[in-house]
Design a protein around this ligand. Structure first.
Ligand code: SAM
Length: 275
């Protein structure tokens, strides 16, 4: 496919820099520029925006973000082998791509954001995707330093993020996401779109922070949902025993025989307030 930006095709970049994918780093690269464009567009209008990207790899999504007029992309990559390929992109877009070599798990993302808000966009390595999402959702203060999160996950994780109460996918991720953001499943990405193809389908999710989520402490909600869904088949009086069990449930007027997956986000917030 011809490049939209005058840079060499990604397949050539990968061959030239010998970027054979490493499973340990969750490397499944997107080479289809239509698809990287589609992900960049899911993040909304990028004109004048700063975008934080985790795991740019050879730079497919990075290039789409820059081609879609992001004023600046700050990209954090752990694999040193990818840096020369990323430097070529930085040279092509002078002053607009900052490359940070390091582990996203050790990074203070808020400190990277300029005074105004940033957008976070990433085709996340699967082994750290959920961890990063939870850390972004538990950010303090709220509303946070980011105006949106546009992220690729395994489809099963994406379904958990947007799941409603009562469904099998409903859990801690659904509650933390639904409490503080408006989360939308954008589209699926078939396995074959990646090099090498992962075992399962992926999906892109777009989350926008709510200005006024229901009042409760992020820490308490995190504790309650962890305990409740840690034993999701058990009644709440059992799964929440360590946190006050029946007394806590009675204070919130919640039947102790109910199971975690039947509680609404409002009910979880009221438990967190009691805690
Ligand atoms: N963005 C590229 C794309 O769409 O083709 C690559 C996506 S690939 C699924 C995940 C990328 O995250 C890889 O480039 C990998 O090296 C990088 N990565 C893995 N663990 C990381 C970490 N802890 N911190 C930063 N980058 C990481």
């Amino acid at each position: 496919m011809p490049a939209i930006d005058g840079l060499p095709p990604l397949r050539d970049v990968i061959a030239r820099f010998e970027l054979n994918a490493k499973k340990s780093l969750g490397q499944n690269f997107l080479l289809d520029l239509n698809l990287t464009q589609k992900i960049a567009r899911s993040a909304g209008n990028l004109e004048g925006e700063t975008v934080l990207e985790v795991g740019p790899g050879p730079g497919g999504l990075t290039r789409a973000l820059l081609a879609n007029n992001a004023a600046k992309v700050v990209a954090v990559e752990r694999d040193q082998r990818c840096l020369p390929a990323l430097r070529e992109i930085a040279d092509h877009y002078p002053g607009r791509l900052q490359i940070i070599e390091g582990d996203a798990l050790d990074l203070d993302f808020a400190a990277l954001a300029p005074d105004e808000q940033v957008k976070i966009v990433a085709n996340l390595p699967y082994n750290i995707g959920t961890h990063l999402l939870v850390s972004w959702l538990l950010s303090e203060p709220w509303p946070p330093y980011f105006s949106s999160l546009t992220l690729m996950f395994q489809k099963e994780v994406a379904q958990r993020i947007v799941a409603a109460p009562g469904s099998g996918a409903y859990g801690r991720l659904s509650i933390l996401s639904g409490w503080r953001t408006d989360a939308k499943l954008e589209f699926d990405v078939p396995r074959q779109a990646f090099t090498p193809p992962p075992k399962i389908t992926s999906s892109v999710v777009h989350l926008e922070p709510r200005d006024n989520p229901l009042p409760c402490s992020a820490w308490a909600l995190s504790q309650i949902t962890q305990a409740a869904f840690g034993q999701r088949r058990k009644m709440l009086r059992q799964s929440l025993k360590r946190l006050g069990g029946e007394t806590l449930l009675a204070a919130c007027d919640i039947d102790p025989r109910r199971r975690a997956e039947t509680l609404t986000i409002e009910e979880f917030c009221s438990l967190a307030r009691q805690l």
